[in-house]
Design a protein around this ligand. Structure first.
Ligand SMILES: [Zn+2]
Length: 278
């Protein structure tokens, strides 16, 4: 465990990029052999806006990384934060708790707030207006959302008291987990269900991308499913009932244009509606 943490403490940017690109490539290939839905799309064309937003996310995180680093240095120097206040524990448990709690603040909480605050929902909308959810959807985040998520990560690092090794490990797992749960892949239903008791399975997250409420406002987690199950936001519908997108923003052509997506946060506020029959 020490070796792992040491590696992530000094992980080169090239290795981080390799994890991102490697993950997309792996799930992209898997999607061709094991697709959940047979989309009538040109995979590359669909990926263009998503890759654009992946790039802006990388740039924003790169530019702000020094704030993350100095916050982490400060909490460790001052022995601050939840995992440092707990009694002495084995390293593996310290690391596990760090990743688990960062997953709460940086992913679950950020995502939950984005759905509940009207202004933030319009920013997060860009992620939900993909009509063909696949592994490239994972980082389809408006640049403003990348900043919002960065702020939540910062708050998380501060409250959790995470050293940089745990933050980098968490972020690497988080990237791959997101690519996995967005991937257009079909696991056997029983396996998917079983997985969803521990981690966010592909079916579990796809339900979050259903086009109408109450499902849009459920299953906010990214790595661990415990947060949704514990906090009452877990919901289930069978995979065949899932329709992607947001019912009040259903112009597929507009939703595939980078120029439209960039201005989506400034469009008139609209929430998805509830279908009483669901
Ligand atoms: Zn969402």
């Amino acid at each position: 465990m020490e070796v792992i943490i040491d590696y992530f403490k000094n992980i080169p940017s090239s290795h981080r990029s390799l994890i991102l690109v490697g993950g997309i490539t792996f799930f992209w290939l898997l999607e061709s052999t094991l697709p959940l839905f047979k989309f009538k799309y040109i995979k590359w064309k669909h990926a263009i806006p998503n890759f654009f937003f992946t790039l802006t996310t990388i740039i924003i995180n790169f530019l702000l990384a020094f704030i993350l680093l100095s916050t982490s240095d400060w909490v460790i120097a001052n022995n601050f934060g939840i995992i440092n206040w707990l009694p002495e524990m084995p390293l593996w448990l310290y690391v596990f708790l760090g990743v688990l709690l960062l997953d709460f603040f940086s992913a679950y909480l950020a995502h939950y707030v984005e759905h509940k605050v009207n202004l933030l929902w319009m920013v997060h909308l860009v992620h939900h207006t993909d009509h063909n959810v696949d592994t490239t959807t994972a980082n389809r985040h408006h640049p403003i959302e990348s900043v919002i998520r960065f702020v939540f990560t910062l708050i998380g690092v501060f409250i959790v008291g995470a050293p940089i090794g745990i933050i980098m490990l968490y972020q690497s797992i988080s990237v791959v987990a997101s690519q996995f749960n967005h991937a257009n892949i079909k696991l056997p239903v029983a396996i998917d269900k079983l997985l969803s008791y521990i981690i966010v399975s592909p079916d579990m997250h796809k339900i979050h991308h259903h086009y109408r409420l109450p499902y849009t406002d459920s299953n906010y987690g990214n790595i661990f499913s415990i947060w949704d199950r514990l906090l009452g936001t877990y919901k289930y519908i069978p995979r065949e009932k899932i329709v992607y997108g947001v019912d009040v923003f259903f112009d597929e052509e507009e939703n595939a244009k980078v120029s439209n997506l960039l201005t989506q946060p400034f469009q008139k506020y609209k929430r998805p509606t509830i279908n009483p029959n669901e």
